[in-house]
Ligand binder design. Structure first.
Ligand code: ADP
Ligand code: MG
Length: 301
């Protein structure tokens, strides 16, 4: 097959591993920077040009889209979809996963366990909003943060009020969430491919920190999931319409709760923690699933 990897960083671990895994299985592979693609959307025949000429036709593309370029890069991916190229993850599913509120609404509609979460546009009725989500301590998050940036723990009502005030002053969209204290600063990153959790790691926050992101100094070890946690991760990934995802789960007293579903999960931490060849599994999935014009979310918002 001819596989395109949409990535701005050919030297990044995940991109390198995917290139390696594709070559090992005798595929042709090209890393394409989505920001350098330009498109003709008015013609009958949609096209993508790259660095001065038309891109050759791929059988499949693997989007590795950074949060800061979601808007343009998903438009490029949509163009590939219009041309019938099989996307490992679709543009619609990626856009959903990038908006935490939209994701949580979709997941809650399907009855998936979530932390109690509130969202408001105005800081006017703050008292009631804080009561609605169960009062302090609370976690306050920027709607489009990643890698733990923009996630704040407010231990008291006063602290919550000032953080909400500060964020609203900046016109930032935020959500306010029940703090799952019993998780003890640990979460589970479940890597889902298709209908299976293929690897899981337990990430533990460093001393004095509640965010377990590896980018925030968290440490990772092999994760052992209960059947319920496994099922929750697969359902969450499917509800989002993703074929590849990293589902973050917290162990709450009332069962597993999903924090977010990542559509470009990093491979380095999880391959290292589990010793598994995840890049290889991704390529194998594409070999089985890729078909001209195949998408899961066609026509859905
Ligand atoms: P990001 O997209 O920045 O990774 P997350 O929502 O995944 O944002 O939050 C980052 C980390 O903060 C999580 O991995 C988890 O360790 C911690 N965390 C987030 N929300 C909660 C919560 N409601 N209760 C306890 N810990 C949380
Ligand atoms: Mg996260």
């Amino acid at each position: 097959m001819k596989i395109g990897i949409l990535s701005r960083g050919p030297k990044l671990y995940s991109t390198r591993r995917l290139v390696e895994a594709a070559k090992q299985r005798d595929h042709e592979v090209q890393v394409v920077n989505p920001l350098r693609c330009y498109m003709n959307i008015t013609s009958q025949k949609p096209q993508i040009h790259y660095q001065g000429s038309e891109l050759e036709r791929f059988d499949a593309v693997i989007p590795r889209i950074g949060a800061s370029v979601t808007f343009y890069a998903t438009a490029v991916l949509r163009q590939f979809e219009m041309m019938g190229v099989y996307p490992l993850n679709e543009s619609v599913a990626i856009s959903r996963s990038r908006d935490k509120l939209r994701s949580l609404q979709l997941l809650s509609r399907k009855g998936i366990g979530l932390p109690v979460t509130g969202f408001a546009n105005h800081a006017d009725d703050i008292d009631d909003l804080l009561t609605m989500v169960g009062g302090a301590p609370l976690v306050i998050k920027l709607l489009e943060g990643t890698q733990g940036k923009g996630v704040v723990l407010a231990e008291t009502k006063k602290a919550a009020e000032s953080v909400i005030d500060a964020f609203s002053g900046l016109r930032a969209n935020i959500l306010i969430q029940e703090f799952i204290k019993e998780a003890g600063g640990a979460d589970l990153r479940c890597l889902v491919i298709g209908d299976k959790v293929v690897a899981a790691m337990k990430r533990t926050a460093k001393e004095g920190e509640f965010r377990s992101n590896l980018h925030r100094g968290g440490s990772a070890e092999l994760g052992k999931l209960t059947p319920m946690e496994r099922q929750t991760a697969v359902r969450a990934s499917n509800v989002m319409g993703l074929n590849l995802s990293g589902v973050d789960i917290l162990r709450a007293n009332h069962g597993p709760v999903v924090l977010e579903v990542n559509s470009s999960p990093g491979l380095e931490g999880i391959e290292t923690a589990t010793g598994k060849d995840i890049a290889g599994m991704i390529i194998e999935y594409i070999e089985k699933d890729a078909k001209y014009g195949r998408t899961r979310t066609k026509g859905k918002g």
